[in-house]
Design a protein around this ligand. Sequence first.
Ligand code: UDP
Ligand code: MG
Length: 305
Amino acid sequence: MSYDVSIIVPVCNEEGNIKVLFDKISLAMPRDLSWQLLIVDDGSTDRSREEIRALCRDKKNVSAILFSKNYGHQIALSAGYDHAEGRAVITMDADLQHPPESLPAMLQLWRDGAEIVFAVRRDDGAASPLKRLTSRWFYALLKAISRIDFIPGAADFRLLDRKAVDHLKLYHERDRFLRGIIGDMGFRRAIYRYDEAPRQHGVSKYGPLQMIRLAITGIVSFSSFPLKLCSTLGFFISIASLLYAGAIIYDKLTRGAPVGIASVLVGVFFIGGVQLIFIGVLGEYLMSVFKEVKARPLYCISEKI
Ligand code: UDP
Ligand code: MG
């Protein structure tokens, strides 16, 4: 059967949260809409899979996709979008940081005609001050150097109408920054503000490294600013070193001033360092081209329940 609403929940070691989440969603969902919960298990190694199997057995509106290994949050969400059947598709985290109590209001905005409903966390949420600050800086930067119509604070808690989901499925890039892609798609939008709850059970899987990785993916896939910065900076540095060289030669010729070895070394190290940075930036873009060209499958499903 097809449902009015699909709720996609990516799960990576969330054994303590799965049952509670289902119960809270059941309580919150409006009675006049049929809905399914689609769990994407991203290679959990705790008891999550047992919990998921039990839930699928007990509740006929719960189904699950089990990945063969961990592919990451963005890929798990993508698999959810590929398999969701609802006329509206909601994505939310398993850890209850995205409160199920928000669902009725988001669905109402959809019924009122919104094709994408972004749930945006209020600033004074449960996230650590550092996480809030870095995320605010990152989105301000991304907005400034790309042309995406980005909604600051909008993470991966959102509702997409079927139209938007079908369009999203046409994006085939491997390195995914879904909030950027969806921000870039247009459609009639609405914003719903919610208070982020603290994580209920388990630990966060987004450490500083994962966050930096996601930030780089976001920048590389939506902006060529770093590349332009390289060429502009490179240009100015070369001009400056030429002028400096000219000045040294002039000094030597007119006053016979000694050309110290130190000035040469400083120049060499400086240019060497700059070049390394630029090669790194080029490498990032090249790497993403390489990944696209390989066109590997995005994920491997070991089982559907
Ligand atoms: N998640 C996932 N795969 C991963 C990491 C996380 O599917 O490799 C899921 C996780 O189970 C949770 C959601 O993505 O439902 C958000 O992760 P988390 O709460 O750890 O991130 P945070 O809220 O701390 O940024
Ligand atoms: Mg979380």
